[in-house]
Design a protein around this ligand. Structure first.
Ligand SMILES: Nc1ncnc2c1ncn2[C@@H]1O[C@H](COP(=O)(O)OP(=O)(O)O)[C@@H](O)[C@H]1O
Ligand SMILES: [Mg+2]
Length: 327
């Protein structure tokens, strides 16, 4: 099926204070299928947030897209004019971040915050804007539309605030939503509720989603596909059931072991500690000629220091970047 978003060989670096370019993404390629939920998984520092913001060119000032392409609706967003990009951000592709309290204006009612996003991208009159806002609130708050529309952020719970941000993200009818750890600051029960909201929206509105998390437990029963990042590279990607039940890359296996009970312990603690695989990772994103995970890999072979692995197809849509599977 044709992708709604197609990322090719994306390389992104950050410039250090000394002026040195440090790679954060090293040749990431993938396609997002219309209506699918793609889970992007990786420990802290693997490049997940860099990926999210690079796709719509919202990198911080010291971030640089070195090369690559992001195809969306017939355009390469990395080459598009700023005005074209502004028409796409928030309207056709929207982003949701982790901390709902920081993203909302503290003294503006929830309804108004969503209405302003709609107004910025639409030529509708007052009644159209109000109606559009009400409709989107009805999607995310089926039971208490009126109360929430009139509430200020401090009158809402963390989960309700996150729903307001979801309303903002979908109010213009995007075809892609990128959510970067959107439930990380919520308690486990609320996390599950929010995942439920995303699932309903995917079914009702058919939007495709890139759902970024460090917690594999959130993806089981939720994501359609899982893509695992390590040191700014895709190390494994495939159908969620396959990758979550039988991971093949040694990094994916180590990541799952670092979080107890992947299959049933969804969001087992309030603030899941970011998993970090033991061993030296300081060199992991620097080109050394071999596999970036080799210094930490419990299954390493002699060849892993000498040669960088390519992506190997294990099944029709399951790929892994590990020399164990190359022949
Ligand atoms: N603004 C920044 N300036 C310099 N380096 C950064 C900046 N943001 C992220 N990085 C570095 O880029 C790499 C990827 O970071 P990030 O995309 O935030 O990973 P993740 O979201 O998976 O935790 C890390 O090595 C991180 O230290
Ligand atoms: Mg991040």
């Amino acid at each position: 099926m044709a992708s709604v978003l197609e990322i090719r060989d994306l390389h992104v670096s950050y410039r250090s204070r000394e002026g040195v370019l440090c790679p954060a993404l090293n040749g990431v390629s993938f396609g997002l299928i219309p209506g699918e939920i793609l889970g992007v998984l990786g420990e802290s520092g693997s490049g997940k947030s860099t990926l999210a913001v690079s796709l719509v060119r919202l990198l911080p000032g010291n971030g640089e897209i070195i090369r690559g392409a992001v195809h969306f609706e017939g355009k390469d967003l990395l080459q598009a004019k700023l005005e074209e990009l502004q028409q796409i951000r928030g309207r056709r592709i929207s982003l949701i971040f982790q901390e709902p309290s920081l993203a909302l204006h503290p003294t503006m009612r929830a309804g108004e915050q969503v209405r302003q996003v709609l107004a910025a991208h639409s030529s509708q009159g007052k009644s159209g804007l109000n109606e559009g806002t009400r409709q989107v609130f009805a999607e995310v708050f089926p039971e208490e539309v009126d109360r929430i529309l009139r509430s200020y952020p401090h009158q809402l719970s963390g989960g309700q605030r996150q729903r307001v941000l979801i309303a903002q993200a979908i109010v213009c009818g995007p075809s892609v939503v990128i959510a970067d750890e959107p439930t990380a600051s919520l308690d486990p029960a609320t996390q599950m509720e929010i995942l439920g909201v995303f699932r309903t929206l995917r079914e009702r509105l058919g939007l495709a989603m890139i759902f970024i998390t460090h917690n594999p437990a959130l993806l089981s029963g939720f994501a359609d596909r899982v893509m695992v990042l390590y040191g700014g590279q895709v190390v494994e990607c495939g159908p969620a059931e396959t990758v979550l039940a039988s991971p093949r890359h040694p990094y994916t296996k180590a990541l799952f072991q670092s979080i107890p009970a992947v299959s049933n312990g969804r969001g087992s603690s309030r603030k899941t500690r970011l998993p970090v695989i033991p061993g030296d990772s300081s060199q992991s994103s620097l080109p050394r000629g071999g596999c970036p995970f080799e210094p930490k890999c419990t299954e390493r072979m002699d060849i892993c220091r000498a040669r960088e692995p390519a992506l190997v197809h294990l099944g029709e849509s399951h790929v892994v970047s590990c020399l164990k599977y190359e022949n």
